[in-house]
Design a protein around this ligand. Sequence first.
Ligand code: RB5
Length: 152
Amino acid sequence: MGRVLIGNDHGAVELKQRIVRHLEKRGFTVVNRGVNSDDAVDYPDIAQDVCEEFLAARHAEEDSFDFAILACGTGIGVSISANKIHGIRCALPQNIFSARMAREHNDVNVLAFGGRVEYAEPVEAMLDAYIDSRPEGGRHANRVRKIMELEE
Ligand code: RB5
């Protein structure tokens, strides 16, 4: 089965634990680079560490990750930070529909969630929607290519 890299700040410790449990139940190996206590850390550092490890593993083609997950209080700080890193496309889905679209249309490689957010639909269901869908390609692949050209 697949491998997932996850990182979180102090605002999302419980959510991270929930996500890890869910992914392991689905058969994924999860590598945890997040914090496990309420001691304050800076979310850009977590986002940078996770994204750089994700990209390095992809380039090495050994022990690469299927995707990565970042979590902070809102998910906003980690998603902004992740999207500054070349090669990362990070989505901050708010429901099952946008989690599926994040894969089918945007082909994101990182998902962000907020540990202090009251989602109307469970994060586990959003994760399942992402995991169980595939990039649609075609015109969407062309748009994703254009997104990546914005990094040039
Ligand atoms: C930390 O207090 C909080 O700012 C952080 O977890 C996140 O919500 C930032 O976007």
